[in-house]
Ligand binder design. Structure first.
Ligand SMILES: Nc1nc2c(ncn2[C@@H]2O[C@H](COP(=O)(O)OP(=O)(O)O)[C@@H](O)[C@H]2O)c(=O)[nH]1
Ligand SMILES: Nc1ncnc2c1ncn2[C@@H]1O[C@H](COP(=O)(O)OP(=O)(O)O)[C@@H](O)[C@H]1O
Length: 218
């Protein structure tokens, strides 16, 4: 077995953020379907489930007292209030994935992005911000999803610019015009970030082995 067969590495924390409706949930689903090595951080939330959402798959749906107990017990890596509901990322599955060298995808807002970036796990963060092509297209996408009332859509549109104002805090920023193109770009980002020298600790042993071979060949 060569050093290359045992690529011990820490998992990446891939954060996707965008204004509501720009497409991050759709992109996240596609990335996860195409990459079995990547896990999804299933957030806890006090928001009620949408039609088709399954407890434990899209979110862990909890009551506000349950959410507050999770905060008090230190079970959340980050948490924030969005559109009047609480959202947070459970710490334990993330730490387990990292210890096993598996990557984790997050669909969280800018507040969560800041908290994870500033956490002890921040060095493993790769953050991607998704922009809509235009405000009109964002509204069209929110309506076409057909899951929110006009009042909720208006609320989400009103929050959009606040989310977008944090775009420059992200490592990568993509305009989601064509879904296939955006998905491919996020995939490229992840592939390239996995190749960063500091994310491949096995290289130390590998290059030491090469050096030994050089010595022996002299
Ligand atoms: N900080 C934080 N934000 C989250 C978390 N889970 C989801 N969000 C964000 O909460 C916002 C609302 O999510 P959701 O109700 O599913 O509606 P969406 O905007 O259509 O995806 C989105 O910006 C999500 O990225 C979380 O665990 N932490
Ligand atoms: N590039 C795109 N072109 C057209 N429609 C898109 C594109 N990306 C996403 N959508 C659609 O826009 C709607 C909102 O996408 P969604 O992934 O739910 O957004 P978010 O998770 O950011 O709120 C969905 O109906 C989705 O199918």
């Amino acid at each position: 077995m060569t050093a290359q067969d045992v690529p011990s590495r820490r998992g990446l924390l891939v954060i996707l953020s965008s204004p509501s409706g720009a497409g991050k949930t759709t992109i996240a689903r596609r990335l996860l379907a195409a990459d079995p090595a990547m896990g999804f951080s299933v957030s806890a939330t006090t928001r009620p489930p949408r039609p088709g959402e399954v407890d434990g798959r899209e979110y862990h749906f909890v009551t506000r007292p349950e959410f507050e107990a999770m905060i008090a017990a230190g079970e959340l890596l980050e948490h924030a209030e969005v559109f009047g509901n609480l959202y947070g990322s459970p710490r334990r599955p993330i730490e387990a994935a990292m210890a096993e060298g598996r990557d984790t995808l997050f669909d969280i807002d800018w507040q969560g992005g800041q908290q994870v970036r500033n956490s002890p796990l921040g060095r493993e963060v790769v953050s991607v911000f998704i922009l809509p092509p235009s405000l009109a297209e964002l509204e069209r996408r929110l309506r076409s999803r057909g899951q929110d009332s006009p009042e909720v859509i208006a609320g989400r549109m009103a929050r959009s610019m606040a989310e977008v104002s944090h775009w420059a805090e992200y490592d990568y920023v993509l305009v989601n015009r064509d879904l296939d193109e955006t998905e491919a770009r996020v995939r490229h980002v992840v592939e390239v970030e996995r190749l960063r020298r500091e994310r491949q600790p096995w290289l130390n042993d590998f290059v030491r082995g090469l050096a030994r071979e050089f010595e022996e060949a002299r």
